[in-house]
Design a protein around this ligand. Structure first.
Ligand code: UN1
Length: 495
């Protein structure tokens, strides 16, 4: 049956094309279940071609001066700026986040590409004194080679750009494999680099199943590094496979991010923060606020405020700027979140929501009610990443109890404390086991010029964004220049 929607191919070696006999899949608008676009289900043979193109393009790209590579990024950022409204709409239609956040996704892309373009004129090394006379020691950064970037659907333009722009400015070549349900967003990303004049083979785009082409990419011996954002199980699999090839594997995985709300907090401020942190992007951020650790002295009052505020919070058409929360991203997401809601109903007290919304526009898409459980620490819903609009509220008696609960999970991405006590705020910076800590702000909303990543099962120690991204995507070369014109022996001749 012919597709009703536009068909897109793979982008390999600077050309868009559809392999003969290719199978296809469609992306779906989660608010309406309408198909959006059709993509190729690529095969291992397509991955082989993409990696070969990336490898062939590497020597010339590596020797292109980094500021020149930066020029290309600036052009890409400008093109994306020009079409921000249009691409933001595609993000909302294909992924379901509300339009303000769809535009924010694109803005995060623009910010990051511009930031990385500037790195082309920095990419600092170090100069270090030698223990010997007339000897000069320094470090330079060099690209790794072909990088596989495997990206999720929740930030369908921003996360591909975090990886692509950092990899390209560093002189690497890239094969991008985006999440299948947001392939059009990723294709819009590729297009701006293409139009900016990226040389053939420097950036390649393959779509299809992670189990088939993701695996082939990670296992390909020509791929020197893998940058993966996604779930823990897939991440572990990528890590193990990459380890066989002794590759650098960068992982950004889950979170179970707490807001600790102390008795002295500015409650109206915290209210807006918790609402945005928990239900922004329908809770589908790695950084989402999924636990509210609430001081007993303000427990009832704050929960009451949250309930009143939610009465004025609208779930609906994500393209309508007045909507507070759109659908969840897919049928799979809806199913998984509803399963967790059932678990929660057994082990905790449902405070609000806890259902699929029905009637009117809701019947066309994957709409869930913003859901709040009151729970003990240690239940499944308070420990496992749900990745949906489900907030677990946990009562604590003091700061120490709050920190203990906050830290007692497998993840450590983002964290937050609301308090007016400056000493307590600084203690939290020291005490919270997380890659990111916010003071008097929710757990979401990191900026691109700072490192992003987490501890424990959130990853394997790397950081994206900021200058940390350059460290991820380059090798350090240590250089010794001996201008003494004689053999000097370190450790032996040093006076
Ligand atoms: C993610 O959910 O994987 O900090 C990324 C934030 C966004 C990025 C989230 N800037 O919430």
């Amino acid at each position: 049956m012919a597709s009703q929607v536009e068909e897109f191919g793979l982008f390999i070696d600077g050309k868009w094309g559809t392999p003969t006999g290719a199978k296809r899949f469609e992306t779906i608008n989660p608010a309406t279940r309408e198909p959006i676009a059709s993509f190729v289900a690529a095969t291992v043979a397509d991955v082989d071609r993409a990696v070969a193109a990336a490898q062939a393009a590497f020597p010339a790209w590596r020797s292109t001066p980094a500021p020149k590579r930066g020029d290309l990024l600036l052009t890409a950022a400008r093109l994306l700026k020009e079409r921000k409204a249009q691409v933001g709409r595609i993000v909302t239609r294909e992924m379901g986040k509300v339009i303000g956040e769809g535009l924010g996704d694109v803005q995060e892309s623009i910010d990051f590409i511009e930031y990385m373009a500037g790195e082309g004129r920095r990419m600092f090394g170090e100069t270090v004194p030698s223990e010997l006379r007339r000897k000069f020691c320094l470090t330079v950064r060099q690209p790794k080679g072909v990088i596989a970037c495997i990206t999720p659907w929740n930030f369908p333009t921003a996360i591909p750009n975090w990886k692509i722009a950092a990899a390209l400015i560093s002189g690497n070549t890239v094969v991008l494999k985006p999440a299948s349900n947001t392939a059009l967003c990723a294709r819009e990303v590729i297009r701006v680099y293409e139009e900016a004049g990226v040389p053939p083979g420097v950036l390649n785009f393959v779509t299809g199943s992670g189990a088939v082409i993701g695996k082939a990419l990670v296992e390909d011996p020509r791929v020197r590094a893998v940058s993966f954002t996604g779930g823990v199980d897939a991440g572990r699999d990528v890590y193990v496979r990459g380890a066989q090839g002794l590759k650098m594997v960068h992982l950004e995985l889950g979170g179970k991010n707490p807001v600790i709300l102390m008795e002295d907090a500015d409650l109206p401020l915290a209210l807006e923060g918790v609402l945005f942190g928990a239900f922004g992007t329908s809770g589908q951020r790695c950084t989402a606020t999924s636990r509210l650790i609430l001081h007993e002295k303000v427990y009832d009052e704050f929960l009451g405020m949250l309930t009143d505020r939610l009465d004025r919070f609208t779930v609906g058409d994500p393209l309508d700027p007045k909507t507070g929360m759109g659908p969840v991203a897919s049928a799979d997401q809806e199913k998984k979140i509803l399963e967790y809601i059932e678990v929660g109903k057994k082990e905790a007290k449902l405070h609000r929501g806890g259902e699929k919304l029905t009637g009117g526009v809701y019947d066309r898409g994957y709409f869930l009610a913003p859901t709040i459980f009151e729970t003990q620490h240690g239940t499944r819903i308070s420990q496992e990443e749900i990745f949906g609009p489900v907030l677990s509220v946990i009562r604590v008696k003091d700061y120490d109890d709050g920190v203990r609960v906050a830290n007692d999970v497998a993840y450590g991405l983002s964290s937050s404390i609301y308090t007016r006590d400056v000493n307590r705020a600084f203690r939290a910076i020291e005490d919270l086991e997380a890659g990111i800590t916010y003071i008097n702000a929710p757990t979401i909303g990191a900026e691109v010029q700072l490192p992003f990543g987490g501890v424990k099962n959130t990853g394997n120690g790397g950081r994206e964004a900021g200058t940390a991204a350059i460290e991820e995507f380059t090798e350090v070369k240590t250089v010794f220049v001996d201008f003494s014109a004689k053999l000097q022996k370190a450790q032996i001749d040093a006076e």
